[in-house]
Design a binder for this molecule. Structure first.
Ligand SMILES: Nc1ncnc2c1ncn2[C@@H]1O[C@H](COP(=O)(O)OP(=O)(O)OP(=O)(O)O)[C@@H](O)[C@H]1O
Ligand SMILES: O=C(O)C1=C[C@@H](O)[C@@H](O)[C@H](O)C1
Length: 304
């Protein structure tokens, strides 16, 4: 019965065995002959249990085989967490990416409630970067006046000016993970500042955003605040209008992290199952892809 319920999935990929040596859990153990080949194809077959355990990881049984052009072998069969210890994976991912950042800061962009603060704090911790929240910086610069009060007493355009000033200041810093305000993407000048670092768009479905915002209330989010209606419906309607106005602007980011894509990749039923750590891992994956593309686009010296 359990076997019938189990989901089966495959994740074949080319890997460099120098990268997997010493991975935790002792799962990827290769013979010296295979190690000497350095690059080979690994096919991992895993059986996902449909239910999550308390520790938020899925227990699976797995078979890992590898092959090169001439031969193939079953390397390991046993029980494994396919995404392992997420905290450790996140730490390793950060260590992998960090040397290629050259100290550049990371700017998280996305709609209100997309997780920029939550994910950004995790990223800064594993990178050893500092974390800055652009809204908080604006509030501090106004002697603690809240964003909601700034909107109420001075209007949105005054706030946008302060937001640009804050981004300008942040752009002169290195090794910072910045959680930008949801509307930072609408002014082209802000991109000039964010482009000093690497920008990442957290792309979260509106339904999920509305659920999150309904759960915490709209008091601190003046653009979503309305008098009547049930919290989810009000948030969803306002988010839809805002999305129509600025959805396109988010695509200017250097990298996109789609929660729907991660959920599909991990075999989850929807994005609500994703933990902030899993999202942060994907952020580093997408940053890595961006850096690889950036490198191939660099013009070699002397060819200008
Ligand atoms: N992966 C997640 N799953 C469920 N809830 C989450 C997730 N990430 C963040 N949240 C929750 O959603 C809410 C918004 O998160 P957060 O403050 O990090 O978003 P934000 O993008 O910084 O929002 P804003 O731009 O409005 O300040 C918080 O209550 C947070 O706990
Ligand atoms: O989406 C927006 O326009 C905003 C998002 C918040 O982070 C704040 O910057 C402010 O409430 C405006």
């Amino acid at each position: 019965m359990e076997a019938a319920l189990a989901q089966r999935f495959q994740y074949p990929s080319w890997i460099d065995c120098r990268k997997v040596e010493g991975k935790p859990h002792g799962l990827l153990r290769y013979s010296q002959r295979v190690k000497d080949d350095k690059r080979f194809r690994v096919l991992a077959l895993a059986h996902l249990q449909p239910e999550r355990r308390n520790d938020q990881r899925r227990a699976v049984s797995s078979e890992i085989s590898c092959s090169d052009n001439n031969s193939s072998a079953l390397l390991e069969a046993g029980s494994v967490h396919p995404f392992g210890d997420e905290d450790l994976i996140l730490k390793r991912k950060a260590e992998e990416v960090k040397p290629y950042l050259n100290g550049r800061s990371m700017y998280l962009v996305g709609m209100m409630g997309s997780g920029k603060t939550t994910v950004g704090k995790l990223m800064s911790k594993v990178l050893g970067y500092s974390f800055r929240d652009c809204d908080t910086l604006i509030e501090q610069g106004m002697n603690g006046t809240s964003v909601a009060e700034i909107f109420e007493h001075h209007g949105e355009s005054f706030f946008r000016g302060k937001e640009t000033d804050a981004l300008k200041k942040l752009s002169s810093m290195y090794q910072v993970v910045v959680s930008t305000g949801g509307g930072a993407v609408i002014r082209p000048i802000n991109w000039k500042y964010m482009n000093k670092g690497i920008s990442i768009w957290l792309d979260v479905p509106l339904e999920a955003l509305a659920h999150r915002i309904a759960a915490v209330g709209t008091d601190s989010r003046p653009l979503l605040h309305e008098e009547s209606g049930d919290a989810y419906t009000v948030a969803y309607k306002r988010l839809s209008t805002i999305w129509d106005e600025r959805g396109e602007a988010y695509t200017n980011a250097n990298a996109r992290v789609s929660l729907e894509n991660i959920a599909v990749k991990r075999g989850y039923k929807d994005v609500s199952e994703l933990t902030p750590t899993e999202i942060a891992i994907e952020v580093f994956e997408q940053v890595q892809s961006f850096l690889e593309k950036e490198e191939t686009m660099e013009i070699p010296d002397g060819n200008i």
